[in-house]
Design a protein around this ligand. Structure first.
Ligand code: FAD
Ligand code: MLT
Ligand code: ZN
Length: 456
């Protein structure tokens, strides 16, 4: 009965129950979580999403919203019961409006992130969110996970780049908060409820996003350094000398470069020697590459950096960023890994890495550390090549999360909680925080039909 109703709502192009067509939506990007569903629906409008959710609510059937399915924590796949409906947003991919003078763009949730970047660029504007999955992840998924990526240091997370939102509630009601204002103090800021809620409080159908002036000349540099601590000192030094023009500041270990090289031969950095750590940075100071060369020369002379390569043109810059954006794929190709997406205060990065090394030496001797991340935001991907399903793997994860928490950090910096980290949320948030989260969940989704089993 429900299935028939859903098919009628979305029409023949809006659903599939063909096992081959459903398969990619029933497993997560890393292949760690598998699920089942009776049907996948792909509504083409907000009205269709509302009707689908209303019908599911009436039948008491759960819905799993899915964007590009690039989640790193199993957030977008259904459970194994075979009873949950997957709702893909990909057909809702229109750019509704771009206001050049207001520096804003209104897009549907299923727009691929890269397409939004391109639309902004065409209008001589910048949509600043950028991450390795940008060719396939969708704005709805980015907002639902409050995605970070490489430009947070300058522009903030997805949350900071959102002006307005449209969402469908668990009973099918549409909440339209698609305002494009920088200032608005009228009541609760409702859009914030849905950003970072991973599809558990409502289904995001559209958003108004902040644009920035196109920063123009962007210089990319790959800098070899001796230690992770040098990266933090270097960042502090650069911020002191060239101000707020650092758009990205990514840390990559020598081991991780090796992984990428195996996956993408010829991508190795063209330095004369190998170094333990590297920083990849984008800087937009108007004075260009010559000025940056002088600044970097100064950092080498001051002992903060060992060597540096400055991309001479866009192609060289793209080649360097290709290395960075291929890390997740190279890591996946190398096999199973514990994924620890932690954050600590930027000033404590080196201490975290040192104490992490000590833990690994005891709990997982010989297991390679895959460390990289958004060091300018204090966010490290402190991954370990081990089976997450093993007892030893669970011990390592528990110890690493405890270390990050003890150091004033978070066990979940940018990928969200999904199903992978759900039990840790209960452990690392206070009883009153968990209770408030449950109160919100219950108020907005009393039947527990929105992405049940995720986050909380
Ligand atoms: P999905 O994976 O489809 O969904 C993610 C969560 O959001 C799920 O809980 C899902 O139910 C929910 N959801 C999806 N769409 C909606 C919607 N419209 N309404 C409500 N809920 C919804 N993340 C970072 O933060 N920074 C990175 O640098 C980064 N790099 C990555 C690189 C690679 C190669 C990969 C594969 C992933 C990376 N990620 C990164 C992880 C991932 O969080 C992001 O890719 C992205 O934000 C997820 O978008 P998506 O459309 O794929 O969402
Ligand atoms: C990244 O920064 O590349 C991502 O967050 C993906 C990952 O952690 O693998
Ligand atoms: Zn990341």
């Amino acid at each position: 009965m429900l299935i028939k109703q859903l098919k009628a709502i979305v029409g023949p192009k809006g659903w599939t129950s063909d096992p081959a067509a459903m398969a990619p939506s029933l497993v997560d990007w890393r292949g760690a979580f598998h699920g089942a569903a009776p049907i996948i629906v792909s509504p083409a409008s907000t009205e269709e999403v509302a009707a689908v959710v209303g019908a599911c609510a009436a039948a008491g059937v759960a819905i799993v919203p899915q964007g590009g399915n690039t989640s790193m924590c199993g957030g977008a796949v259904p459970d194994e019961s075979g009873s949950q409906i997957v709702l893909r947003l990909g057909r809702m991919n229109k750019i509704r409006a771009l206001d050049v003078e207001n520096f804003s763009i209104e897009v549907e949730a299923g727009c691929i992130l890269e397409h939004v970047q391109q639309a902004a660029k065409k209008a001589n504007r910048l949509f600043a969110l950028s991450l390795g999955a940008e060719g396939s992840c969708q704005i709805g998924g980015n907002l639902a996970t409050n995605a970070g990526g490489i430009n947070v240091i300058r522009y903030g997370t997805a949350r900071a780049q959102t002006l307005g939102l449209e969402a469908v509630l668990a009973d099918g009601t549409v909440v339209n908060s698609l305002r494009s204002l920088r200032k608005d103090t009228a009541g609760y800021d409702l859009k914030q409820l849905f950003i970072g809620s991973e599809g558990t409080l409502g289904i995001i159908t559209a958003a108004t996003l902040k644009l920035f002036p196109d920063p123009g000349l962007r210089t990319t540099a790959l800098i070899a350094i001796e230690s992770s601590g040098a990266a933090v000192k270097l960042l502090s030094h650069l911020r002191g000398s060239i101000g707020d023009s650092i758009e990205a500041f990514e840390l990559i270990s020598g081991f991780v470069f090796g992984l990428v090289e195996k996956h993408l031969p010829a991508s190795v950095p063209p330095f004369a020697s190998e170094y333990p750590w590297y920083v990849l940075t984008d800087i937009t100071c108007g004075e260009g590459t010559e000025h940056l060369e002088q600044v970097l020369q100064g950092t080498v002379e001051a002992g903060l950096a060992c060597d540096a390569i400055i991309a001479k043109n866009e192609a060289e810059s793209a080649a360097l960023w290709r290395i960075r954006h291929s890390i997740a794929e190279a890591e996946r190709a190398a096999g199973k890994a514990l994924k620890h997406d932690i954050s600590v205060p930027v000033s404590r990065i080196e201490e975290f890495l040192q104490r992490g090394d000590q833990l690994l030496a005891t709990l997982a001797p010989g297991s390679p550390l895959i460390a990289f991340g958004h060091v300018g935001d204090g966010n490290l991907h402190y991954n370990v090549a081990m089976d997450p399903g093993s007892e030893q793997g669970a011990q390592v994860t528990t110890a690493i999360y405890a270390l990050a928490t003890e150091m004033g950090g978070s066990f979940s910096a940018e990928h969200g909680v999904g199903q992978a980290k759900r039990d840790y949320l209960r452990q690392y948030r206070s009883a009153s925080e968990i209770e408030l989260m449950q109160t919100l969940k219950h108020a907005l989704d009393p039947l527990n039909i929105l992405n049940p089993g995720k986050v909380i």
